[in-house]
Design a protein around this ligand. Structure first.
Ligand code: ATR
Length: 262
C-alpha cells in the first residue's frame, strides 16, 4: 500500500484525505492518506520522519509551503516560480518539490468552461496564493495579468520575481484603491474574506467571471459579483484540481474530474 499524507498546522479541517481516497477508489490504487499536524518549529523533522518510515508523498499546506520549498533538493519550474511547494516526494534520496495550486486553479476554470486563452486577468492580493497561480495562468493563455494589492510594494516585488519566468504575458501592478477597466476574469487571492473583511469593487471595474480562492466561508467578493450577475466560483474546485494534479505527479494517473464532487 502506498502511503501519503497532508502536513499543516492546523490540519484537522483539511479535506485532502477524502479527495485522495475518492481518487484512489476511482483509479483502483491501493493507498492510505493521513493528516499530520506538524509543530510550528518542527516541520523539517516531521517530513524527514515520514519519508524515513517509507512514506511515498506529502501535500503541504499553511503555514509550511515556503519552508517546504527551501528544503527541496529538486524543484519543478512552477515550484521555483511560486517559491512555495505543496507536493513532495523522494526520488534517489533527493527531496523533490512541486506546486500544483496554479494548475488546480486552471483545471477548475477549464472544468467551468471559463475562457483563459486569450484573457485579461486581475488578481487581488500579492501573497503566497497569488505567487502560486501567476505562471500557470500565463501558460494557460493569459495575455495580461494585473496584480492589485493593499501593500503596493509587495505586488511590485512579486512581479519583479515572476517576470523572469513569464515570457508572453504582460504583468503589471495596480493599487487596490484604484481598480478600474475591463477584465475577463477577476480572482480574489487575498485572505480578506477569511477575516470577514471585504474589498469594495468600484463600478468602473467590470469583469465577466469572478473566482474566489477561499471556500466554505461567506465572501463579500462573491456577493458583489453576484449583484452584477457575473458567474462566480469558490476555491473548492481549485482544491480538487490541485489534488488531482498531485495525484498524477505521484501515481502517474489522472483522476476523472467529470461529475466529481465531495
Ligand atoms: P496567502 O498565502 O493566502 O496569499 P498571505 O501571504 O498572508 O496569504 O497574503 C494575504 C494577502 O491578502 C495579501 O495580499 C494581503 O495584503 P497585504 O500584502 O497588503 O497584507 C491581503 N489581505 C489580507 N487582508 C486584507 C484586507 N482586509 N484587505 C485587503 N487585502 C488583504
Amino acid at each position: 500500500m502506498k502511503k501519503f499524507a497532508v502536513v499543516g498546522n492546523p490540519i484537522a479541517h483539511s479535506r485532502s484525505p477524502e479527495i485522495h481516497v475518492a481518487f484512489a477508489r476511482q483509479t483502483h490504487i491501493d493507498l492510505s492518506y493521513d493528516r499530520i499536524l506538524a509543530p510550528l518549529d518542527g516541520f523539517a523533522s516531521t517530513i524527514k520522519d515520514f519519508f524515513a518510515q517509507g512514506g511515498d508523498g506529502l501535500n503541504i499546506t499553511v503555514p509550511f509551503k515556503e519552508e517546504a520549498f527551501a528544503l527541496c533538493n529538486v524543484l519543478t519550474e512552477r515550484a521555483k516560480a511560486a517559491r512555495a511547494v505543496n507536493t513532495l516526494w523522494m526520488q534517489d534520496g533527493q527531496l523533490h518539490g512541486d506546486n500544483t495550486d496554479g494548475a488546480g486553479l486552471v483545471n477548475a476554470m477549464t472544468a467551468l468552461t471559463w475562457p483563459l486563452n486569450p484573457s485579461r486577468i486581475l488578481i487581488l492580493g500579492a501573497g503566497g496564493a497569488t505567487r502560486g497561480v501567476v505562471l500557470p495562468l500565463a501558460n494557460a493563455g493569459a495575455t495580461e495579468i494585473v496584480i492589485a494589492n493593499r501593500t503596493f510594494a509587495r505586488a511590485e516585488s512579486l512581479v519583479e520575481d515572476l517576470s523572469a519566468f513569464i515570457k508572453n504575458t504582460k504583468l503589471h501592478v495596480t493599487a487596490l484603491d484604484q481598480l478600474a477597466g475591463h477584465f475577463d476574469l477577476v480572482i480574489n487571492a487575498t485572505s480578506a474574506s477569511l477575516s470577514g473583511e471585504g474589498i469594495a469593487l468600484p463600478e468602473i471595474l467590470t469583469f465577466n467571471y469572478a473566482y474566489e480562492m477561499a471556500y466554505g466561508k461567506p465572501s463579500s467578493f462573491i456577493d458583489q459579483a453576484k449583484q452584477r450577475a457575473v458567474p462566480t466560483a469558490d476555491g473548492l474546485g481549485m482544491l480538487i484540481g490541485q489534488a488531482a494534479e498531485a495525484f498524477f505527479v505521484w501515481n502517474g494517473v489522472n483522476p476523472d474530474l467529470t461529475n466529481f464532487s465531495l
